[in-house]
Design a protein around this ligand. Structure first.
Ligand SMILES: [Zn+2]
Length: 175
C-alpha cells in the first residue's frame, strides 16, 4: 500500500526523456511545491487529511489552499521532530491526483510496474504522489518520513532503513 522504491540509474536514464505530466494547479508551501489535478482534488485531500488530536496545533487558513499548506508544513516539521532529523531548507514536491488510477499511472510511468499503491515517494523525483481521498494523516506522515530520510543523508539509507524511518514517523506523528 505504501512504498519506497530505490530507483536504479538505468531506470532513471530510461525515463529521463519522458514528458512531464500536465497538472492544472499549483501551490507553494515553506517545504513543498504541490501540484494538484483541480480544486476538487485539493478539497478531497484536505478533507481526508484530518489532523485529529493535532488539529488545534495547526494554523487554520481562510482558504483550502492555506489550510493544506499549513497542514503539510506542520506535518513536515513534526516528522523532523519525531525523527530528530532537521532540514531547515528542505524542498520537495507533492502531486495530488483525484483518483488512485492516476497514482497507479504515475507509478507505471516512472517504474514500468503495475501496482495499486495509494501513495508513493519517488526519491529520484523527490516527489510524493497521493490519491486525494486516501491521504489520511498516517499515510502522509509515512511518505514525508521517506522525504526527510532521503534528503537528510548524503548517501541514501538502504531501503529497509528508509522504511523503518518512515514507519517510525507514521507511528509517532500524533504523539
Ligand atoms: Zn514506506
Amino acid at each position: 500500500m505504501k512504498i519506497f522504491l530505490q530507483i536504479s540509474a538505468l531506470v532513471f536514464f530510461c525515463l529521463s526523456g519522458l514528458p512531464a505530466p500536465v497538472h492544472a494547479e499549483e501551490l507553494n508551501t515553506r517545504f513543498a511545491h504541490i501540484q494538484y489535478d483541480d480544486r476538487d482534488a485539493l478539497k478531497d485531500f484536505n478533507y481526508a487529511l484530518y489532523m485529529g488530536r493535532l488539529k488545534n496545533r495547526v494554523k487554520t487558513g481562510d482558504t483550502i489552499e492555506e489550510e493544506v499548506a499549513a497542514k503539510i508544513d506542520f506535518i513536515v516539521g513534526r516528522v523532523m521532530q519525531v525523527l530528530d532529523m532537521y532540514l531547515h531548507n528542505l524542498k520537495f514536491k507533492i502531486v495530488i491526483h483525484s483518483s488512485p488510477k492516476q497514482v497507479h499511472a504515475d507509478f507505471k510511468r516512472l517504474y514500468n510496474v503495475d501496482v495499486r499503491y495509494i501513495a508513493f515517494y519517488s526519491p529520484a523525483q523527490n516527489t510524493v504522489f497521493f490519491s486525494a481521498k486516501k491521504a489520511k494523516l498516517t499515510v502522509v506522515a509515512h511518505e514525508i518520513g521517506h522525504v526527510v530520510a532521503e534528503n537528510y543523508f548524503d548517501v541514501s539509507p538502504p531501503p529497509k532503513i528508509h522504511e523503518v524511518l518512515a514507519q517510525y514517523a507514521e507511528k509517532h506523528i500524533t504523539d
